[in-house]
Each structure stands twice: as structure tokens, then as C-alpha cells.
Design a protein around this ligand. Sequence first.
Ligand code: SME
Length: 314
Amino acid sequence: MAERIIYFAGGCFWGVEHFFQGVDGVLETTPGYANGNIGRAPSYEEVYTDRTGFAETVRIKYNPARIGLPDLVDLYFTIIDPLSQNKQGPDEGTRYRTGIYYTNQEDADAIIPRYNLESTRLGAPLKVELMPLRDFYPAEERHSHYLDKNPGGYCHIPLLTFRYLRLYQDIKNLLGDEPDLVARMAEAASMIGKRMKFFWTGFYRVDGDSLVLGPFCGDEACLRIGYGRGVCGTAWKERRTVIVPDVERFPGHIACSSLSRSEIVVPVFTAGHDVVAVLDIDSTETDTFSPVDALWLDRIARIVFGVETGDIAF
Ligand code: SME
């Protein structure tokens, strides 16, 4: 199938390119300047003045047989703050605005539902431009694959994001279309636990009025947890991801192991309505989990249970 192209502006193009380089199905990434107002190729220094109208943008060539445009847009939303105007991470200016620039109506039609879903999820209009590409000029050679050329160089995207992207894709690829849910949970628990070096990683499934232990990676754990009890039961009852920086400060925490110091619990929904399970992860250190963990573990849990992002109702 013929390759396709989409343009993403998501703040500093060094990090954005590095992220999309790692996405399965992406064939080529090119950092550059899009939608300016000077009618010619700018230099980085000119764009830096913020007076050329250009946005730092990455051109992404992909194989649509391996990754669809809605999935690319979904991944794009993992690395930007869509409610932030002209600012991503510490970088500020119109050159760092966010935007999805398309080159045909068919692509626009594929993007709009995901765009609207993100807006609904966040409960606010997005600050992300969604418009046709007017012009694009590749950046100077030193900017292409910048973070490969400069390992440890500046990146506004947390490094944890790159580890989760790999983990997410590996789990997705390995689980494939295996229909057995126990096998899917077991494989995922092991991969998450070992790869991220978590102390305890496992699933609890909803069974009547309690959660029952499912496949896990770690020491022996409580077999059942009541609705609203502990961190797991709270995530189930409140239908939201719960991050506990210090378990000793969480009233009602159930200590399966005295070594556990912090915890994250992510609920899993069936097509957006009922909680069917939770993904519970424990750490022996305090303050282990951040919104980056929450975002990716939610995506991973949905892969395990076969609930696509587009299926989720809010
Ligand atoms: N600490 C959890 C119980 C499960 S174990 O961490 C494996 C809770 O309070 O729900």
C-alpha cells in the first residue's frame, strides 16, 4: 500500500521526531517548519525570533497497512498538552504551538473523531490547530535525528515516555489477536513488571461485589478486595486512576506486602461503561508514579482487554 504523510507540531521538534521515529509503521521522520508567513524557507534562527509564523513541525511518512492515522493521532496526544497555548514543556512561543496539518480531506475526516474525543475527554476545547498544511520546509541537517546525534541532549518529553512507547508496542505486538484473556493478562503483567522493574504488577478482576486476584508478577497477594476497599477498591468505585505517592498516607490501604511504599491502580472499562478489572502496580519506593505512568498504563490495560481508544465513552 502506498505510504502516507501527516504533519505534527508538538513543541520542540527534537523530541517529537525522536518519539515518532520509535513508532511501528512510521517509515521516515523529518523535522521542519510549517505554515509560516514569509513565503520561503526560514533559518532556525529566524523561526526562533517567533516572527515568521512557522511552527516547529515533524513530517511523518508512514505505512497505513501497519498504523492508521487515528492511531498516530492518538499517540501524538500522549506527548503534548493539548490545552496549552504556545507552550509545551519549558518551551514557549508561537513556534512551539501544537498543530495537526493534513494534505487532503480524507485525512481530515480520519483525524476529526480522535480530535473531538480528546476534547471530550478533557472537557475543554483543544488549543491544537487542525488545518491543511500550507507550506513545509525541512530544517537544517543538524536538527534531523537530533537526539540520536546528541544522546542525552535537550528533550522536553519525559524519557519515561520513550520506554513506555516501546513497552506498549511490544505488548500490542505480542498479544496480537490472542482471544484468551488470562493469557493476555499474564503476558502483560510479566512484561510490565520485568521491563519497568516494578515490585508488584498484576490484575484484579471484578467478581460480584469484590475484586479477585488475576495474573500477576511478584510476591503472593491478597486474593480478594471489597468494593471501595483499599486503593484497588477505590479505583473501581471512583472509576478513576488512583496514584498513591505514600501508602502510609492513604487511609484504608491494604498492605499485601510491608515492602510496598507507593502504588498506582488503573481501572479497566468495557467499552467505557463498567469497570471489569483494575491494573495494580506497587513500588518499594515512595513517589514512584506520575501522570506519565497513568497515561501509558491506561493504554496498555486497554490493549490487554481489547478496548480500543475510540470505543471509550466518557
Ligand atoms: N495495596 C492494594 C492491595 C493489592 S496489593 O497491593 C497487590 C490496595 O490497597 O488495594
